[in-house]
Design a binder for this molecule. Structure first.
Ligand SMILES: [Zn+2]
Length: 53
């Protein structure tokens, strides 16, 4: 009887926070653990590694 879930699971706007567009062909790039790769033109962009202290 307890109503724990008040949200009806209404789909919110999908945030393309991680989505990055390919600068070459303007397609969405696939995200990997340490790089972004465009599946269309194979453009690869490595993620910036934060410098250690
Ligand atoms: Zn591309």
């Amino acid at each position: 009887m307890a109503e724990q879930k008040k949200d009806k699971g209404k789909p919110k706007k999908i945030e393309y926070k991680q989505g990055k567009m390919c600068p070459k062909c303007n397609c969405k790039m696939g995200e990997h653990s340490d790089r972004l790769t465009c599946g269309k033109c194979r453009y690869t962009e490595f993620k910036k590694h934060e410098p250690q202290k």
